[in-house]
Design a protein around this ligand. Structure first.
Ligand code: 13P
Ligand code: ZN
Ligand code: NA
Length: 283
């Protein structure tokens, strides 16, 4: 069965590694990251954005993830990524998600606290992990778009207050990474991350994992990031592989053929990220 990501992330924090959390949109993508995690004996967080929940249906997603969890010899959690809608959070918990993000980072601090407390109440009662965001992660993720000039680093003192007030078990502090592929290199505020890690005792989440150079990912992990979200790079790998098939053979019409290299590309990329974040062999 699917497990809550809270104990997985607590173990990651306690032992200084970071778990890969992968946004999937199709059955093949889900199978690809599950196979990658199994082969590397890594704990796994599968995640879907609100857009994917609407596209596939939460019941289909939960059924596929549960099947993966039943078959796989590794712990798997299913996480709802960047949800701004309390009702959808509740629906996904009812369907069987084992982790949810309430993203009220676009609101003032007090409103973010208020919305997060509401979710913490229902999710904790259901044994489900909760993630919230402080500061604002830049870039585009589904319907949430934050211009570079509006991106905002998390304030360490606010992080302390936020965790105290909400009881949230995992926190995503914005530290300068962004959703999507970077123009140039991300400017990560490592000093800020270090401060937050020292002040706050819950596991921390790194958003915007696509495009962060390996050295910077490793530095984030060494400074306490316990979960890294990867979305855009997986979509690109999946789509590029399909494009290559059709470029070479425009008449291809069998999904069982053209999906194979796409799945392999996602699997290889997921493995790369798991090796980078140090969660290999931690299942
Ligand atoms: P990327 O699209 O940059 O990988 O960001 C993923 C993410 O943070 C999902 O919440
Ligand atoms: Zn994100
Ligand atoms: Na990114």
């Amino acid at each position: 069965h699917l497990v809550s990501s809270t104990p997985l992330l607590q173990a990651a924090r306690a032992n200084g590694y970071c778990i890969g959390a992968f946004n999937v949109h199709t059955l093949e993508m889900l199978q690809a990251v599950v196979e990658a995690a199994e082969e590397l004996e890594a704990p796994l967080i599968l995640q879907t954005t609100v857009g994917t929940v609407k596209h596939l249906g939460p019941d289909y997603i939960v059924a596929a993830a549960q099947t993966a969890a039943k078959r796989a010899g590794i712990p798997i959690a299913l996480h709802l990524d960047h949800c701004t809608d309390f009702n959808l959070v509740v629906r996904c918990i009812r369907e069987g998600y084992t982790s949810v993000m309430i993203d009220a980072s676009m609101h003032p601090f007090d409103e973010n606290v208020r919305q997060t407390i509401e979710v913490v109440k229902v999710a904790k009662a259901a044994g489900v992990n909760i993630e919230a965001e402080l500061g604002k992660v830049g870039g585009v993720e589904d319907d949430i778009s934050v211009a570079d000039e509006d991106a905002k680093l998390a304030d360490p003192e606010e992080c302390v207050k936020f965790v105290e007030l909400t009881g949230v078990p995992t926190l995503a502090p914005a530290i300068g990474t962004a959703h999507g592929i970077y123009k140039g290199e991300p400017k990560i505020a490592f000093d800020r991350l270090e401060q937050i890690y020292k002040l706050v005792d819950v596991p921390l989440v790194l958003h915007g994992g696509s495009g962060i150079p390996e050295e910077q990912v490793k530095r984030c992990v060494s400074l306490g990031m316990g979960k890294m979200n990867v979305a855009t790079e997986l979509r690109i790998a999946f789509s590029d592989a399909i494009k290559a098939v059709f470029n070479n053979n425009p008449d291809e019409n069998d999904p069982r053929k053209y999906m194979v290299p796409a799945k392999e590309a996602v699997k290889a990329l997921a493995k790369e990220k798991m090796i980078m974040t140090g969660c290999v062999g931690k299942a």
